[in-house]
Ligand binder design. Structure first.
Ligand SMILES: Nc1ncnc2c1ncn2[C@@H]1O[C@H](COP(=O)(O)OP(=O)(O)OP(=O)(O)O)[C@@H](O)[C@H]1O
Ligand SMILES: [Mg+2]
Length: 372
């Protein structure tokens, strides 16, 4: 297998005016299926601050299929991480609070579980891989201890059986000589190996869903590519659904099957990855994509798009994107909170004249305001 990420790029979508080539199999074939494993409905998470209530997550809906990678993109502060923490019920309370919504996984609504029941689910059926492996790992315990901890809780294994499972988990993330590595401490491993250990903890209990929140920002590009390829391989083997949060559209194009675009705590557009790159409808999605650096510029972070991200404690009541929109519209057009409408099969967009340039084409799909 080629080591360079760019070497795997063969296919270029026509009419793709940005520097990103959509090649969703770039890090390995897709394993997506039609079976929904996670469904998030009307999720709302607020923070109480001295400036007022911050609606960090303001009515988010999405689902993840078995074996699918759903990318979550959006500017800094748009609510990507708080959404992820809300699914895990890890929002710091106070100041945060999940005020409404449902999170369905394995036939249960996670938001209705007791804290004790949730402890069994967390790190079991759903787990999270964080950005900074040094933060996720405890420097004073060896690797076997930390991987073993998760297995002990969820699979009640002890002694030799526990050890075997630890070694097996490390082997799954392709850590060489896992029996020896298991006895190492985090500082004895390279950054890439540490990130794999975090991955091993994440998959050790065979979760249905893994949330990866910017999992490779601390890795250099080649190690990053190897790690993402590995994630994709594990996904194929285990059929796990991945929620992949990132700023990097290059990774989205290679890694994700579908993409949800977040703005001001809401999903403004969701579709398969090709449609998002080649036929985006929301002005915000278009702005994000046109700000992607060209292939030859290796920049990990997206440049800011025009205008300021909104203050989440002082959102405009209707279309939150309207103040940044360059379209022509009246105040009335922006006054209604735009409903998320399926405009083409599996292509959903928050529909309003203030944010969608071909609004007229889809206007007949707008639900009556009374129906909402
Ligand atoms: N503990 C907190 N107290 C108050 N507000 C918070 C807290 N944590 C998050 N927020 C607010 O919630 C909003 C969403 O934050 P979040 O971390 O989800 O953004 P993000 O999309 O993950 O951004 P980034 O790309 O920078 O990681 C932000 O406006 C942030 O200020
Ligand atoms: Mg974040």
């Amino acid at each position: 297998m080629a080591e360079s990420t760019d070497a795997t790029v063969e296919e270029k979508d026509e009419d793709s005016s940005v520097g990103v080539v959509v090649d969703t199999d770039g890090f390995g074939d897709t394993a997506t299926s039609d079976e929904v494993v996670l469904e998030v409905k009307n999720l709302q998470t607020h923070f109480t601050t001295r400036w007022g209530t911050v609606k960090a997550v303001d009515g988010v809906n999405y689902h993840v299929n078995r074996g699918e990678t759903l990318g979550i993109v959006g500017e800094s502060g748009s609510g990507k991480s708080v959404t992820a923490l809300s699914l895990m019920r890890l929002v710091p309370t106070p100041p945060g609070k999940i005020v409404d919504g449902e999170v369905h996984l394995g036939g249960r609504n996670l938001l209705a579980l007791s804290e004790r029941e949730m402890t069994g689910v967390r790190g079991g059926e759903i787990s999270i891989i964080l950005q900074d492996p040094m933060q996720a790992l405890n420097p004073v315990f060896d690797i076997s201890n930390q991987v073993g901890e998760a297995i002990k809780i969820h699979q009640k294994l002890k002694g030799a059986a526990l050890w075997d499972k630890v070694v097996d988990s490390l082997r799954k993330v392709r850590i060489p000589a896992p029996e020896t590595r298991a006895k190492d401490y985090p500082h004895q491993l390279s950054g890439g190996m540490r990130q794999r250990v975090v991955g091993a903890i994440g998959i050790s209990s065979a979760p249905a869903v893994i949330i990866a929140d910017e999992p490779t920002t601390s890795l250099d590009v080649t190690i990053q590519a190897a790690y993402l390829r590995l994630l994709r391989q594990i996904q194929q083997e285990e059929g796990v659904g991945i929620i992949f949060i990132t700023h990097d559209f290059g990774i989205v194009a290679k890694m994700c099957d579908r993409v949800a675009v977040m703005y001001a705590g809401r999903i403004v557009e969701v579709s398969d990855v090709r449609t998002i790159f080649n036929n985006p409808l929301h002005e915000y999605t278009k702005a994000l994509i046109s700000s992607v650096p060209k292939l030859e510029e290796k920049s990990g972070r997206l440049p800011q798009i025009e205008g300021q991200p909104p203050l989440l404690y002082n959102l405009p009541p209707g279309d939150a994107f309207a103040p940044r929109s360059t379209l022509e519209f009246t105040p009335e057009d922006a006054a209604r909170r735009p409903p998320l409408v399926e405009v083409e099969k599996d292509h959903w967009v928050q529909l309003s004249r203030s944010s969608v340039s071909n609004y007229d084409k889809y206007a007949n799909l707008m639900p009556a305001e009374d129906d909402e």
